[in-house]
Design a protein around this ligand. Structure first.
Ligand SMILES: Nc1ncnc2c1ncn2[C@@H]1O[C@H](COP(=O)(O)OP(=O)(O)OP(=O)(O)O)[C@@H](O)[C@H]1O
Length: 235
């Protein structure tokens, strides 16, 4: 993403934002409420039209990214992929088909995803009746089951219990070890510090600095960056 711009208001939107994601890398975006994390994720996925700048995948601008590349993307941003009247298993079968999986391989893919996300007890439960956390798990299963090479997740742990947080962390680390690039946003510094290779700080729609995941007092370093940026902006 280079110089991405989309302005909603004086300090709302994206303001010439550039970022990169390498294969095998977990890049976390940290920011306060309203910093622009969801907006950034939507722009990365082409869900939001930019007024300036470009987003490319493997060097190809989004508008020219072929379907086969999109089928190698897994994302969970804002709305999770689930039909409320379909059960967990059927939702995952539909998601696998949409990602281009062949019919013969779908049952195996779905079984693995259900087991990986701890959804075995809920395989026959309609999405509408799942708890918020289990709906989130379903969305993550749909985003990850086709073994994507680019993973984009917006605040994926918000509704997860501690077991789910650990499970997701391990899943993402495994995917990154397998060569996937993972772009993930969060409010929780301690959580991303456990698995991110790189942490970028977003404030008012701009990347204002980065934090080293092993840094001693991450929280303090984060607020130092944010406060310095806020002061710079103060009239
Ligand atoms: N479509 C839109 N129209 C107008 N303003 C918008 C739109 N989308 C987002 N915004 C504004 O852009 C800013 C960033 O919103 P965004 O949802 O990206 O923040 P966030 O960092 O994801 O916040 P949170 O942590 O609360 O989820 C906010 O001020 C929001 O109100």
């Amino acid at each position: 993403m280079r110089e991405a711009t989309r302005v909603f208001g004086a300090d709302a939107g994206l303001f010439g934002l550039s970022l990169s994601l390498a294969a095998g890398e977990v890049h976390a975006i940290i920011g306060l409420n309203g910093a622009g994390k969801t907006t950034l994720m939507r722009a990365v996925l082409g869900m939001l039209a930019l007024t300036g700048g470009t987003v490319s995948i493997d060097g190809t601008p989004l508008a020219r990214v072929p379907t086969v590349t999109w089928s190698r993307v897994g994302h969970l941003v804002e709305h999770l992929f689930a039909y409320p009247e379909l059960d967990t298993r059927t939702n995952l079968e539909v998601a696998a088909r949409l990602h281009g999986a062949d019919s013969l391989s779908i049952p195996g893919i779905v079984d693995t995803a259900i087991s990986e996300l701890g959804l075995v007890r809920y395989a026959q439960v309609r999405a509408a009746r799942l708890s918020q956390g289990n709906r989130n798990r379903l969305g993550l299963a749909a985003a990850l089951q086709h073994d994507p090479s680019l993973i984009v997740l917006d605040e994926p742990t918000n509704a997860l219990d501690p077991a789910g947080v650990i499970l997701l962390r391990e899943l993402l680390l495994r995917r990154a070890e397998g060569g996937a690039g993972v772009l993930v946003s969060s409010h929780h510094l301690d959580e991303v510090a456990r698995f991110a290779d790189r942490i970028s700080v977003l404030n008012h729609g701009q990347i204002i600095g980065s934090l080293a995941p092993g840094e001693h007092d991450l929280e303090r370093a984060f607020f130092d960056l944010v406060h310095a940026d806020d002061e710079r902006r103060a009239p």
